[in-house]
Design a protein around this ligand. Structure first.
Ligand code: HEC
Length: 197
């Protein structure tokens, strides 16, 4: 006897009335009416998620914080377009800079209740622009080159009494883009110093 001959009866397809009923059930599942219903449900969900739900998880745009529209106008953010990845990153950088405990809460132990709870408690937005065009320089105190990102990391660890984000974290990336946006507005060139043209 070969192995094939040992196939048990149970795995053979059911026969008679049962089989007909099962086939009818399957056929009804895949009928065009059900397909249409599924498509309508999916489309309905997509429209609801996009336009109606207002749930952050379904939104790709950044939460509008107070002062952003004014900041945007004052700093020519529209030079980079009405909307897009860069503008959204700059806006997120703005949120992180001015509302750090809220938008980068996982990198700081500071809470909104403390008087100093944001980058903006100690720095101006312009500081970030000057720091950006003067970054990647040799730091005599540390004895090595320091990137803009590392400066940001140091402030999360020190003054923000928190944790160091990785280099690739959107928090760090967006603070950089925020600084770039302001540097662009101020027309700062590499190494520009405050008060000098
Ligand atoms: C409690 C005050 C304080 C807070 C809050 C603070 N910083 Fe700083 N920051 C400093 C001081 C002091 C220095 C200069 C000393 C140093 O370089 O370590 C500095 C330096 C910097 C520099 C480099 C400036 C330069 O001269 O090039 C950057 C960039 C920076 N901070 C970004 C940030 C960001 C981003 C945040 C928020 C996540 C932040 N800081 C929060 C006090 C603060």
């Amino acid at each position: 006897m070969t192995r094939q001959d040992e196939t048990p009866q149970a795995v053979k397809p059911p026969t008679g009335g049962d089989a007909a009923r099962a086939q009818g059930f399957v056929a009804s599942l895949v009928s065009w009416r059900d397909s249409l219903l599924c498509a309508a449900l999916m489309a309905g969900f997509a429209f609801w998620a996009h336009f109606g739900s207002d749930l952050p998880v379904f939104r790709s745009h950044v939460t509008l914080e107070k002062g952003w529209d004014e900041f945007r106008a004052r700093n020519d953010v529209n030079d980079f377009g009405e909307d897009g990845y860069f503008v959204r990153a700059a806006q997120n950088g703005y949120n992180v800079f001015f509302f750090t405990s809220r938008y980068a809460g996982r990198f700081t132990r500071k809470t909104g209740a403390e008087p100093i709870n944001a980058c903006a408690s100690c720095h101006t937005a312009e500081d970030m622009a000057y720091s950006f065009v003067n970054s990647d320089r040799f730091d005599t105190a540390l004895g090595r080159r320091l990137s803009f990102e590392e400066r940001v990391m140091r402030c999360f660890a020190g003054p923000m009494n928190g944790f160091i984000p990785t280099l690739y974290d959107p928090t760090v990336r967006d603070l950089r883009i925020f600084a770039r946006t302001i540097a662009h507005h101020l027309r700062l060139s590499e190494g520009a110093q405050r008060g000098k043209s």
